[in-house]
Ligand binder design. Structure first.
Ligand code: FAD
Length: 466
C-alpha cells in the first residue's frame, strides 16, 4: 500500500480553532516538501482568525495584518475551512477520528481567570475578556452592557490586555472613528463620563508584563494624562538584583518610561490614567442596588521564592478606592473540551510537546494541541508559530513511527457529508472572503478598515444575499 502522507494517500488532519495557532499548524504542514496533507479547519464562529479579530485592539490595526500570512495557508488547494461548526456541539472527537488520521485542537483560552475576592460578582465588576469581546464585535458578547456613566474605573492587571482596556477607555471619539470598533461600543465610549482610570499591578514596575512600545503609547494619548505615583516606580532591592542578574535592557527602558510618567503634572486632558504598582484588590464593596462603589486594596511587598522568582505578598497597609466600575484583567483561562483530558488549575489540555496525554491513562493517540490551549494564555501572536512547529514535529514523528490510527472514512467527501448533516450552513473560506469584502466595503465610506458584522444571523443573511 502507498505510504501515508504521500500524494497517493495524503495525511488527513483536522484542526479545531482558526486562531493564529491553528493557522500556523496548517502553514507548517503545507510547508513540508516531504508530506502530502489535506487539512480541514473547524471554527465555531463563521469568521476565522480567533483573537486576531476579537482580541487585538481596534486601534492596533497593523497587528491584524498577520492574517495575510494565514491567507496563504487558506489558499492551499488542500485546505478546507468549516466555519460555524463547533466541535463538541455539531461534531464530536469520535466523529473527527472517523474521518482523520490526526486531530489538532487549537481552541485558545475561552474564559477569564477570577480574582477570588468578596464582591467580585457585583454589578459593574466585569471580566476584561467580556469588554474586549464586546468592543471587538464578538457575536456572543453583543448583549453585554457596561456602565460608562461613572467617573472612576479600576483595571486590575498590568498585562497587555489590561493596557488595551485602559487605552480604549482613554481614546477620543476622533481616534476611535478610524478603527473597526463596533458602532455600539463607539457610541457608548463617546458618551462615557469616565474621568479617571486606575491600572493596578500586583507586583512592581520591574515585573509589569506590558511591552515598552505599549508603555510609551500610554504616554502619548491625546485624550488622557498619564501618571505613576513616584513611590510605586522606585525600584526595590529584590527587583534591582533580578534586573542586574538578567541584564535586561527592555525592562530598563520600560522603567525609564514609567519614571518619566512619575514626573508628569496633569496638562488638563479630559481623562487621567494612573498606573499603580504593588497593590492587590482584596474586596469590592457595593451599594443597595448591588453595584460596585468601592475597592479595598492592600499594599504588597516583594520577595524572592526558593527558585529566585520575584513574588508579592500583602503587607498590613490597606486603602479604599472609590471606584464604581471594575475590569478584571488577570489572565485568560482555557475551557475543557468534551472527550479530552483537562488540567483545571492551568486551564490547558495536558500534553507533551503537543501530544495530548491523559494523566490517568497515558498518550491519547492521534490527538494534539497547539497555542493557548496547549501552553496557557501567554505570548504574542508570533509565539504561536514556534509552538505550532513543535506540535507539527510531534505529529510527523508519530506518522513516521506508524503511530497513526486508520480512520474508518478517510474520504474527504464523507467528512463533508457528515458536517453538512449536523450543521446545514457551514461557512466556507470562500464565504468568509465574501463577508470580508462586504465588511471592508461598509468601512470605506467611513474611512475605517471595516465595519464588522456582529451577529451570526447577520453574517448568514448577507451570504445568502451576496
Ligand atoms: P485564539 O486566537 O483564541 O483562537 C482559538 C479559536 O478557536 C477561536 O477562533 C475560537 O472561536 C475557536 N474555538 C474554540 N473552541 C472551539 C470549538 N469547540 N470548536 C471550534 N472552534 C473553536 N498578540 C499580539 O501579538 N499582539 C497584540 O496586540 C495582541 N493583543 C491581544 C489582545 C487580547 C485582548 C488578547 C486576549 C490577546 C492578544 N494577543 C496579542 C495574543 C494573541 O491574540 C494570542 O497569542 C493568540 O490569539 C493565541 O492563539 P490561539 O490560536 O491559541 O487562540
Amino acid at each position: 500500500m502507498t505510504g501515508l502522507g504521500t500524494d497517493g494517500r495524503p495525511l488527513r488532519v483536522a484542526i479545531v480553532g482558526s486562531g493564529p495557532a491553528g493557522f500556523f499548524v496548517a502553514e507548517h504542514l503545507f510547508g513540508r516538501d516531504d508530506l502530502a496533507a489535506r487539512v480541514d479547519m473547524y471554527e465555531a464562529l463563521p469568521t476565522p482568525f480567533g483573537l486576531v479579530r476579537f482580541g487585538v485592539a481596534p486601534d492596533h490595526q497593523k497587528i491584524k495584518n498577520v492574517t495575510r500570512t494565514f491567507e496563504k495557508a487558506a489558499a492551499h488547494p488542500h485546505f478546507r475551512f468549516y466555519g460555524n461548526v463547533e466541535i463538541g456541539r455539531h461534531l464530536t472527537l469520535d466523529d473527527l477520528r472517523r474521518h482523520y488520521h490526526q486531530v489538532c485542537f487549537s481552541t485558545g483560552a475561552q474564559t477569564d481567570r477570577r480574582l477570588n475576592i468578596p464582591g467580585e460578582d457585583l454589578a459593574r465588576s466585569h471580566p476584561a475578556t467580556e469588554f474586549v469581546a464586546w468592543y471587538n464585535g464578538h457575536p456572543a458578547f453583543q448583549s453585554c452592557r457596561f456602565d460608562l456613566s461613572v467617573e472612576r474605573v479600576a483595571v486590575v492587571g498590568v498585562g497587555n490586555v489590561a493596557v488595551d482596556v485602559a487605552r480604549i477607555l482613554c481614546r477620543t471619539p476622533d481616534e476611535l472613528a478610524k478603527t473597526d470598533i463596533t458602532a455600539e461600543a463607539e457610541a457608548a465610549l463617546r458618551e462615557s463620563r469616565i474621568r479617571e482610570i486606575l491600572m493596578l499591578g500586583r507586583r512592581g514596575p520591574g515585573q509589569a508584563a506590558f511591552t515598552t512600545p505599549e508603555a510609551r503609547e500610554l504616554g502619548e494619548m491625546p485624550g488622557a494624562d498619564v501618571w505613576v505615583p513616584p513611590e510605586d516606580v522606585a525600584l526595590d532591592p529584590i527587583s534591582a538584583a533580578e534586573l542586574a542578574r538578567q541584564d535586561s535592557r527592555t525592562v530598563g527602558k520600560k522603567l525609564e518610561i514609567l519614571r518619566e510618567f512619575a514626573t508628569r503634572v496633569p496638562s488638563g486632558k479630559p481623562r487621567r490614567l494612573i498606573i499603580r504598582f504593588l497593590v492587590s484588590p482584596i474586596e469590592l464593596s457595593g451599594n443597595e442596588a448591588g453595584e460596585v462603589v468601592g475597592m479595598r486594596i492592600v499594599r504588597n511587598e516583594l520577595y524572592a521564592d526558593d527558585q529566585g522568582r520575584v513574588r508579592s505578598r500583602p503587607t498590613d497597609r490597606v486603602e479604599e478606592l472609590p471606584v464604581e466600575l471594575v475590569f478584571r484583567s488577570v489572565g485568560y483561562h482555557g475551557v475543557p473540551l468534551p472527550g479530552l483530558p483537562f488540567d483545571e488549575r492551568w486551564g490547558v489540555v495536558p500534553n507533551e510537546r503537543g501530544r495530548v496525554v491523559d494523566p490517568a491513562g497515558g498518550p491519547v493517540p492521534g490527538v494534539y494541541v497547539a497555542g493557548w490551549i496547549k501552553r496557557g494564555p501567554t505570548g504574542v501572536i508570533g509565539t504561536n508559530k514556534a509552538d505550532a512547529a513543535e506540535t507539527v514535529e510531534a505529529m510527523l514523528e508519530d506518522l513516521a513511527a506508524g503511530r497513526v490510527a486508520e480512520p474508518a472514512e478517510p474520504d474527504p467527501e464523507a467528512a463533508d457529508r457528515c458536517i453538512r448533516a449536523r450543521q446545514p450552513r457551514p461557512v466556507t473560506y470562500r464565504d468568509w472572503r465574501r463577508l470580508d469584502a462586504l465588511e471592508v466595503g461598509r468601512g470605506k465610506p467611513q474611512g475605517r478598515p471595516r465595519v464588522k458584522f456582529t451577529s451570526v444571523d447577520e453574517m448568514l443573511t448577507n451570504l445568502e444575499r451576496a
